[in-house]
Design a protein around this ligand. Structure first.
Ligand code: FE2
Length: 396
């Protein structure tokens, strides 16, 4: 049977004109047993559409690992490294991840207690909630009415030493059914989004760039971000904005000499825009929580200086200023009409282009609601590629 594709079912909140490229459901093929030709076809589909959904598939951890690895055959270890002991215990990611013993690149994530699962006798899982991460929280009364928030918009990446995974696979095993929730932005805009319980929300990094005004496109195409060493440890004491899109600047981050030992050479400096390996489009790929500094190149020779920001380049080290600029560039793309909140069914596999989208956990479960997912991504064999000279000329 040939591979068939269909658009993803969009919720009424989404603006279909902004989802022409994003997302496809793939039918007629099993993602665990692809032939080499089918795999090539799936790769092209993934890079062109950034998220692929396979419904009702039975997928072993071995198959999930193999599929994920096929996108980067020389990648080997989990995106945050396979060894999550020792220094990373202080990391904010530590409690969210349980490794499948047989296939350590695959993580069990979710909520509630899972027994006798793929070699794990008992795994206590906790769905991350905004209440432990945001500076302000939804009141218990509103939470009881089903009000929630985006937890943290992010790219799956260590952002230190290891290179950001090319793809992530998320496979839903246990999906508790429950009432839909209202995801509130609480940033003074009045924005809110109705979401299925425990949705994973996606936005396109390509759209994030596309919708920017000229002066911010010019800034984005000329900029690089510098991440903190051990960014998830660094940010652990700090608190996030109510939209989950970055951190409030209250000076709570750990100082660099309090961090576990780190090396200058392992610090990541990435372009703001990452070039799509198949279609050459530019995706705005910044994990705002981990960024410390912004490095802006000057305008190229002959560019129009009228209205340009930092026409002569800049190295911004003021955390508040760096975050404000990034927020100005990223917030438009998480508007309710631009978010795809996936409505999980059991045995859904979502394969997403981790270098082309941002995503967020959403919602809150009660302690006895059991949700079990397998997640896999692999630290890549190379770093993302930024804009070409031609791109800079075109957009600066
Ligand atoms: Fe993630």
């Amino acid at each position: 049977m040939a591979i068939e594709v269909a658009p993803l079912p969009l919720p009424p909140s989404a603006d279909p004109s902004k989802f022409k490229h994003f997302g496809r459901e793939v039918k007629g093929v099993h993602p665990g047993t692809l032939t080499p030709d089918q795999l090539e076809e799936i790769k092209t589909l993934l890079y062109n559409h950034d998220a692929l959904l396979f419904r009702n598939v039975d997928l072993t951890p071995e198959q999930q690992y193999a599929l994920t690895k096929a996108f980067d055959p020389s990648s080997e270890s989990y995106g945050h490294g396979n060894n999550k002991t020792g220094e990373t215990k202080k990391s904010i990611l530590h409690p969210d991840l349980k490794t499948i013993p047989r296939v350590p690149q695959v993580q069990l994530i979710g909520n509630g207690t899972v027994y006798n699962h793929e070699g794990l006798a008992e795994a206590r899982l906790k769905h991350p909630s905004h209440t432990t991460f945001h500076k302000t929280v939804v009141s218990p009364e509103d939470e009881a009415k089903g009000v929630t928030r985006f937890y943290r918009w992010h790219i799956d990446a260590a952002l230190y030493d290891l290179s950001p995974p090319k793809v992530t696979t998320l496979y839903g095993l246990n999906v508790p059914k429950g009432p839909r929730q209202i995801c509130r932005y609480d940033d003074g805009t009045g924005d809110e989004l109705e979401v299925p319980l425990g949705t994973t929300a996606f936005v396109s990094g390509r759209t994030m760039f596309d919708i920017l005004p000229k002066e911010l496109k010019s800034l984005a195409v000329r900029s690089k971000v510098k991440y903190a060493p051990h960014p998830y440890v660094w940010m652990a004491p700090a608190k996030a904005k109510s939209t989950g899109l970055g951190i409030e600047t209250d000076g709570l981050e750990m100082s660099l000499d309090e961090l576990p030992p780190w090396e200058q050479a392992k610090i990541k400096i990435f372009p703001v825009l990452w070039k799509n390996p198949v279609n050459g489009e530019l995706h705005f790929q910044v994990h705002p929580c981990g960024v410390q500094e912004l490095l802006v190149d000057p305008l190229p020779a002959g560019a129009d200086r009228e209205g340009a920001l930092y026409p002569d380049g800049a190295h911004l080290t003021d955390l508040g200023q760096v975050r404000d600029l990034l927020y100005r560039m990223q917030r438009p793309a998480i508007a309710p009409s631009l978010v795809y909140p996936h409505d999980w069914h059991e045995k859904d596999l979502v394969l997403f282009h981790n270098r082309g989208v941002l995503h967020s956990v959403v919602g809150a479960f009660k302690p006895d609601e059991v949700r079990a997912f397998h997640q896999c991504n692999l630290a890549a064999s190379d770093d993302p590629v930024g804009p070409t000279d031609e791109d800079v000329k075109k957009w600066a």
